[in-house]
Write a protein that binds this ligand. Sequence first.
Ligand code: MLT
Length: 324
Amino acid sequence: MQAKRILFAAFALGAASLSFAQANWPTKPITLVVPFAAGGPTDVVARTLGASMTKSLGQTIVVENKLGAGGTVAAAAVARGNPDGYTFFIHHNGMATAPALYRKLSYDPLKDFEYVSQAVDVPMTLLARKDFPANNFQELQAYLKANASKINLANAGLGAVSQLCGLMLQHALGVKFTEVPFQGTAPAMNALLGGQVDILCDQTTQTIPQIKAGSVKFYGVTTKNRIKVMPDAPTLHEQGLKDFEVVVWHGIYAPKGTPKPILDKMNGAIRAALKDPAVVQKMTELGAEIVPDSKLTSEGLHSWLQSEINKWGPAIKASGKFAD
Ligand code: MLT
C-alpha cells in the first residue's frame, strides 16, 4: 500500500513538472532544422520566420543546416529527435517526393512526425549562366535539344525541388542532361554564377536578386500564372511547355510525441510571424506567397502532404529515377 502511494506521488510529481514545462515553454533556444545549405531558399524562409518568432516567443530560434540526400538526412534525424519541444523542422515538397525517390527511407513522412503548419508557397524560375548561348525560351529549347549531352544541370540532389523541376524539364523536352548535385541551391547558384554549370531551376526566394542584377539568364517562371512581383516575366506554360507547373510549399514539423500544447504555441508563433509586416514585406519582395489560414493547421499540413504524395509518387516511379 505504502509503495503504491509513493509510486502515485512520484507519478503525480512527474506529470506536474511536465505540464509546468509545457506551460512555460519556451525556456531555452529552439532549434529549427533546415535540410539544405545556408543562404539558400529554404534557409531564407526559415531565417525570416525565425527572426520574427524569436521576438514573439522570447527565445532564439536557432537555424541548424543539416545537409544531405535531398533533405532526407535531416528528416530522418528529426523523426528520431527528442520530442521535448525544442526541435522543429522545415521542409518543402521533398517531404512528399522522398518516399517515391528513395527505396530505403528510414521514416514515414505521414506517421513519424508532428505536423505544425504550412507557411509560404514559392514559385521557381528557369535560369542559365550569364554567357549561355540562348537569349529567350524558344532559343533555349532549341539549344538544349540540340546539345543535351553537353548540358550540366545543377540541382540540390534527389528529393530537392530543383531536381524535380529539372526532371520535369528534361521529360517535357524529351532530353537527358548531366545532373550535378549540390547540398542546396546556394552552392548550385554559386556554380552557375561561376560558369561551372549551365542551367538551374531554382526558387524566387534566391533567384530574384540575381535576375534583377542581371547576373544570370532568365527564361520564365514555373507557376501556371504570372507572379505579382515580376509581372513581365512569362511562365514556361505560356511559352509552350503546356501545364508545366512547380510550386514549392513549406511545412513545419516536430518529432513525434512533441506535446500538443507546445505544438499549438508554435503554430500561434508561425501565424504571428506570417502577419509580421517585416516578414510580409520580405516574402513579397522574394515572390513568396503566404498561404491561406486553412493551411496553417496541423490537419491542413497532414492532408496536404498526403495529397502531394499521391500526386508525385506515381509520376516519379514512372520516371524510373531512384536512389537506394
Ligand atoms: C535549398 O534550400 O537549397 C532548396 O530548397 C533546395 C531545393 O530543393 O532545390
